[in-house]
Design a protein around this ligand. Structure first.
Ligand code: SF4
Ligand code: SF4
Length: 636
C-alpha cells in the first residue's frame, strides 16, 4: 500500500524521492498522470497508480513517453493539472512534442519530471536532460533533497499555471531512489472540472510571434525565481571559495565541507531554479568570492550558463577564477560522491583529513556482501530470453552466413554478453534494432549477403518498433524480426503494457495482439514457444532461408518471475549423476559454463553438474541442451 495518500498534514514520513514528488503532485491537486516506465523514474507513476482510484485521479502507463506527455498535456489544455514522468532517454522521445508545446503554451499546471541516471546505473546512456530546458526555453527546477522534492513539485504546478508553460523538474538517481523524512501538507478536497475552450485553436503559429511570447514568459519566470526559497546560501559572508551547486551535488558539498571542517572558509550556494538562471540571486552569490567551484552532475550545464552570465556582467562582478568540469577539477562524466569533493577541497585548501580507516571500509564491505550475494550479469533462472538466444545461436550457426542480431533496450539487452551467448551486436535506443534492420535490410543491393535479425521485447514493440515494421513492409526491407513476448515490462518492475490486458488503474481490458497487428500490416508472422528449442530452431532456420521481405517471429513465453508467482514450476529438474560425465564427457561443462542458467551449479568436488532447487524455476530447457541427456525433467 502506498503511503503517499496519507491524509495527515504535519506528519513526517520516510519517503523515497520519487514518492515525495508523487506526493507533491497530489498536494498540488494533480488530476492526470502518465508515464512510460524507465529507471530511475518508474516509482512516480507506480505509487500514483496505487492511489488513483481512491484519490479520484487518472493514471496511466502510456505506450511511450511522447504519448505520456501528450496525455498529461491534454489535461492541462482542458484546465486540469497534469504530470508526465520519464527517465532521461524518455525526454528524447517526448521532445518533439515538448518543443511545440512550449510555443502553444499550456493552461492547467503541467509538470514534466525527468529522472537522470548519472553513471548510467540502469541506463544505456549517460545524458543530462537539463539541456532540453534551455533548448525549449522552459523553466527547470532541481530538487536536492526529499522535502524539497515534494515542495518543488507542488510549486511547479503553480509556476506552470502562472506562466502558461510546462515546468521541468530534473531529478537524479540519488534523489529519486534514496529516502528521507518528508513532512506532509494538505491534500485537496476538490477536483477541477475539465473543459476545452473551442473559441481559439491551440497552434504554435505564427511561429515567430509564439517564439517571442515564449521568451517573454521565460523573462517573467526569471523574475519569479527572484527570492525563491529553493535558492539558498550557506557559509561565511566572504568565503575563500564559493561552491555553486544543484541537485545531489548540494548534499555532497555539505558533507565534504563539514567533514573537512571548512565551514568558515567555503560557502555553498545552491540553485534549485536552474533555468532560466535566477540572476539577482546569482549576482549576490558571485560577488562573495573570486574563486567559484561548480558541483553538478552530469554536464557543465550550470557552469556554462553561469560563465556566460558572469562574462555579460564582468564590469560589475570583476574577474573570477572558475573551477569545475571545464578545468578538469570535477569529473566530467559519472556520478559524483562526497569523496570526489573531499579530494578537490583537500587539494585546494591543503587541509589534513583523516578518512575512515581501511579496516572499517573492508568490514563494511564484508557486511554488505552478506546482504547482496555476488551475482554475474545474466538472465534469471528459467528466463525465456536465454532459450531464445540459444536457439538463435544454433540457427545462425546452421545457416552459416554470418547472420547478426540488432538489438535495443530491455532485459534482452543482455544478449550482447555471455548471458545471451554474444548474439546481440548493436544496442541504441528503444526500437532501434528494428530501425537499423530496416537499413541493413536494404543493403543487399550493395553486396551485404548476411542474414539480418532484429530483436525487441513486447513492451518495446508497442513503444517504438511498430513504425519500423510499417516502414520495412512498405519499403520492402528484408530482415527477420524477433519479438520476445514475455508478457511484461520486466526490466522496470512489471508495469502493464498494451499486451498484458490490464491498465495502471487495475482495470482488465482487451490486450492488443502482436501477431494480429503484424498480420494486419501484411507481414508474414509466426509464433513459437522458445522453451521448445527444437521447434524454435526449425522455424528460425526456415525464416532465415527466406531472403526477401520482412518476417516476424513472436517468441511467446512468460517472464520466469511472473510465471513463478502465478504458477510455480513447470518441471522438477535433476541431474542424473551417473549419466553426467562432467569434465570427461567432452561437453566442457556446457550447462554451467556456456548455457549458464543460475539454477545449474558446478560441483567441483564430484566434478559433475547439479541443480540448485532454490533457484531453478523448472523451465525444463536445460534438459534439451545436455549432450549426455543427463538433465532429467519430470512434470510436477
Ligand atoms: S530447468 Fe534448467 S534452465 Fe530451467 S531454470 Fe531450472 S536449471 Fe535453469
Ligand atoms: S549435465 Fe550434461 S552438460 Fe552439464 S556437465 Fe553434465 S553432461 Fe555436461
Amino acid at each position: 500500500m502506498s503511503l503517499i495518500k496519507t491524509d495527515a498534514p504535519g506528519r513526517r514520513l520516510l519517503l523515497m524521492g520519487n514518492e515525495a514528488m508523487a506526493r507533491g503532485a497530489l498536494e498540488a491537486g494533480v488530476e492526470v498522470c502518465a508515464a512510460y516506465p524507465g529507471n530511475p523514474s518508474s516509482e512516480i507513476i507506480g505509487c500514483l497508480s496505487q492511489v488513483a482510484e481512491e484519490m479520484g485521479i487518472y493514471v496511466e502507463w502510456s505506450v511511450n513517453e511522447k504519448v505520456a506527455l501528450e496525455v498529461a498535456a491534454a489535461a492541462s489544455l482542458a484546465g486540469l493539472r497534469g504530470l508526465a514522468a520519464m527517465k532521461q532517454n524518455g525526454l528524447n522521445v517526448a521532445s518533439d512534442f515538448l518543443l511545440n508545446l512550449n510555443l502553444t503554451g499550456t493552461k492547467g499546471g503541467l509538470v514534466v519530471v525527468v529522472c537522470d541516471d548519472p553513471s548510467a546505473l540502469s541506463s544505456s546512456n549517460e545524458e543530462d536532460s537539463r539541456a532540453f530546458a534551455r533548448l525549449a526555453d522552459l523553466p527547470l527546477l532541481e530538487p536536492s533533497g526529499f522535502q524539497e522534492a515534494k515542495e518543488m513539485t507542488k510549486w511547479a504546478f503553480e509556476l506552470s499555471e502562472e506562466l502558461g508553460l510546462p515546468c521541468l523538474i530534473r531529478s537524479v538517481t540519488r534523489v529519486s531512489h534514496a529516502r528521507g523524512n518528508v513532512e506532509l501538507g494538505e491534500l485537496p478536497t476538490q477536483r477541477r472540472r475539465a473543459h476545452f475552450d473551442t473559441s481559439k485553436p491551440i497552434l504554435p503559429v505564427p511561429v515567430v510571434w509564439a517564439h517571442r511570447l515564449l521568451h517573454q514568459k521565460l523573462a517573467k519566470c526569471r523574475d519569479r525565481f527572484h527570492g525563491s526559497g529553493f535558492n539558498q546560501y550557506r557559509g561565511p559572508q566572504r568565503p575563500e571559495l564559493l561552491i555553486l551547486t544543484s541537485g545531489a551535488g548540494f548534499m555532497y558539498s555539505l558533507e565534504a565541507v563539514s567533514n573537512l571542517g571548512l565551514g568558515d572558509r567555503v560557502g555553498i550556494a545552491k540553485l534549485g531554479t536552474t533555468w532560466p538562471l535566477p540572476e539577482t540571486f546569482l549576482k549576490e552569490q558571485l560577488a562573495r568570492s573570486q574563486k567559484v567551484l561548480f558541483v553538478e552532475e552530469v554536464d557543465p550545464f550550470m557552469e556554462s550558463n553561469v560563465k556566460g552570465f558572469a562574462a555579460q556582467n564582468q564590469t560589475q562582478l570583476g574577474p573570477k577564477i572558475f573551477l569545475g568540469k571545464s578545468s578538469g577539477t570535477i569529473p566530467d562524466i559519472g556520478e559524483l560522491t562526497p569523496d570526489h569533493l573531499i579530494k578537490v577541497l583537500r587539494e585546494l585548501f591543503d587541509v589534513r583529513y583523516q578518512p575512515r580507516p581501511q579496516a572499517y571500509i573492508q568490514e563494511a564491505m564484508e557486511a554488505a556482501s552478506h546482504l547482496a550475494p555476488p551475482r554475474t550479469l545474466g538472465f534469471c533462472a528459467g528466463c525465456p530470453h536465454r532459450a531464445t538466444y540459444w536457439a538463435v545461436k544454433k540457427a545462425l550457426a546452421l545457416d552459416g552466413r554470418e547472420g547478426f542480431v540488432l538489438g535495443d533496450i530491455g532485459c534482452y539487452s543482455l544478449g550482447m554478453g555471455p548471458a545471451g551467448f554474444f548474439q546481440m551486436k548493436t544496442l541504441h535506443a528503444m526500437g532501434s534494432g528494428a530501425g537499423l534492420a530496416n537499413g541493413f535490410g536494404q543493403l543487399g543491393r550493395f553486396g551485404l549477403d548476411q542474414p539480418v535479425l532484429a530483436v525487441c521485447g513486447d513492451s518495446t514493440f508497442y513503444h517504438a518498433a511498430i513504425p519500423a515494421l510499417v516502414n520495412a513492409k512498405y519499403n520492402g526491407s528484408s530482415f527477420l524480426m524477433l519479438i520476445l513476448d514475455n508478457r511484461a515490462t520486466a526490466m522496470t518492475g512489471f508495469q502493464p503494457h498494451p499486451g498484458t490486458g490490464r491498465t495502471a488503474m487495475g482495470e482488465t481490458v482487451d490486450p492488443i495482439d502482436i501477431e494480429g497487428l503484424c498480420r494486419a500490416l501484411g507481414v508474414q508472422v509466426k509464433s513459437v514457444d522458445p522453451f521448445d528449442l527444437d521447434s524454435t530452431v526449425e522455424v528460425l532456420t526456415d525464416f532465415l532461408r527466406q531472403e526477401k521481405g520482412v518476417r516476424v517471429l513472436v517468441l511467446k513465453q512468460e517472464c520466469a518471475l511472473v510465471r513463478g508467482k502465478r504458477q510455480g514450476r513447470l518441471f522438477k529438474i535433476r541431474v542424473d549423476q551417473d549419466r553426467c560425465l562432467g569434465l570427461q564427457c567432452g561437453c566442457n561443462r556446457l550447462c554451467t559454463r556456456v548455457f549458464r542458467c543460475p539454477g545449474l551449479v558446478w560441483d567441483s568436488t564430484s566434478g559433475k553438474a547439479t541443480v540448485d532447487d532454490a533457484i531453478c524455476t523448472g523451465c525444463g530447457v536445460c534438459a534439451t541442451i545436455c549432450p549426455a541427456s543427463a538433465i532429467l525433467k519430470e512434470a510436477v
